[in-house]
Write a protein of this length. Structure first.
Length: 413
């Protein structure tokens, strides 16, 4: 029984560092070219070189996406880009287009190639085909059930990876034309407008101008959306599939999301391998996934094709707001330095999430607004973009995250 890699997303350097701190074995990022998340912050080549050093110094791996469906014009600078990735020491590139795969093999034959979920690998023959083309791993399509995943993983000469958590797409493994049709933004080239999230109305042909709002059981008007995937309840079954890597979706998600979700799956995987016979999911894992922004959760296709059950979702929800990051400690003044990301108030209960897995409740007694070259000022409230100091006789954990409860609602499919 092999222990799967835990692969986390990162949209920028901050999120990459938090992914590593909270337990990822590997991180995948997008470059500023050839990535299917064109609206993400993404990494310049300078950033990728830095990321490679950070990741490898921690004994982890770095993968870079090149998973667009390319046009001829995309190949003009691609050779230089691939050479730069190889020089940076990235561990693999993630591709979907056979032309890009061919270019990687030609320019950097030592660079490992992972086949993106965009390639729609749904069977053993397809996985073995990609292996014959020089790929070292396939990311299986999200539309597969557990028995189908197991069948493929046990009968291929290539590593297998699946998504275990995050957003799903209304279209087959992301091959959507809705964004291109409505907004002239091509989802298959990294520029998805998320048209499936827009608000729509119905018009009956004999009553032009009379718009009927579309409802979903009174909860909203987004009728194209799928629920979010969450397989945290099914770690033993996932491990039993014989996979090499568990992947978390979310290069455009927040630092809080990356840290919290990585931590949960890290704990679950480690707990199972520590004592498989007596493994039991911890209740706090299910509470934790409610604290990040998400749509209602489901198991996707993993337990079989549930059809409409996967699509019954109206809006994002969460029980907590992400309000700040712990940047360090000023020992001279006895202040924990915090970068504020949302409204933060004194005398308001907050939670402190740290890489060691502990969640500590805390009430901030007072807060100092920090401005370069200016005298510190006591404040009751601070907002996103500011730095504050919180009195403490000792440092708070490095990479700690501060959040505030906003709702007691709880759901899990």
């Amino acid at each position: 029984m092999k222990k799967p890699e835990l692969l986390s997303p990162a949209g920028d350097m901050e999120r990459l560092e938090y992914a590593i701190a909270y337990g990822a074995d590997a991180v995948y990022v997008g470059g500023q070219d050839y990535s299917l998340r064109a609206k993400a912050s993404n990494f310049s080549l300078t950033d990728i070189r830095k990321a490679s050093k950070v990741v490898h110094s921690a004994g982890k791996k770095l993968y870079v996406t090149m998973n667009i469906f390319a046009r001829d014009t995309d190949f003009h600078r691609m050779e230089n880009h691939i050479e730069s990735l190889a020089d940076a020491g990235v561990d693999a590139v993630i591709v979907a287009d056979p032309g890009i795969l061919s270019m990687v093999k030609k320019v950097a034959p030592e660079l490992k190639i992972h086949i993106s979920t965009q390639a729609n690998v749904t069977n053993t023959a397809a996985a073995n085909f990609w292996a014959s083309q020089g790929a070292s791993r396939v990311v299986l399509a999200r539309e597969l059930s557990a028995p189908e995943i197991t069948q493929i993983a046990k009968n291929v000469d290539i590593e297998t990876e699946v998504f275990v958590h995050g957003a799903m797409c209304i279209s087959y493994s992301g091959r959507c034309l809705l964004s291109k049709f409505l907004a002239n933004r091509d989802a298959n080239r990294g520029d998805c407008a998320h048209s499936c999230r827009w608000k729509y109305y119905l018009v009956e042909e004999k009553r032009p101008g009379l718009y009927h709002e579309i409802q979903e059981d009174g909860r909203g008007t987004y009728f194209f959306n799928s629920k979010d995937l969450a397989l945290i309840r099914h770690i033993p079954e996932l491990i039993g599939c014989g996979l090499d890597s568990f992947k978390i979706e979310g290069r455009m998600k927040s630092t809080h999301y990356v840290a919290a979700i990585t931590k949960i799956y890290r704990q679950a995987i480690d707990s199972y391998f520590a004592n498989p016979e007596n493994y039991k999911p911890e209740p706090e894992w299910f509470e934790e996934i409610q604290k990040v922004s998400h749509r209602k959760y489901s198991t996707g296709f993993f337990l079989g094709n549930k059809g409409e059950e996967i699509l019954d979702c109206a809006r994002y929800e969460k029980t907590h707001d992400f309000v700040g990051l712990v940047d360090g400690y000023d020992e001279k003044r006895g202040l924990v330095i915090v970068s504020v990301r949302n409204r933060l108030s004194i005398s308001e209960p907050v939670e402190i999430l740290s890489p060691d897995g502990l969640v500590k409740e805390y009430c901030i007694p007072e807060m100092v607004l920090l401005k370069d070259g200016e005298e510190d000022v006591l404040v009751d409230v601070s907002h996103a973009g500011f730095k504050v100091g919180i009195p403490s006789d000792k440092p708070w954990p490095k990479f700690a995250i501060i959040r505030r409860r906003v709702s007691k609602d709880f759901n899990f499919a």
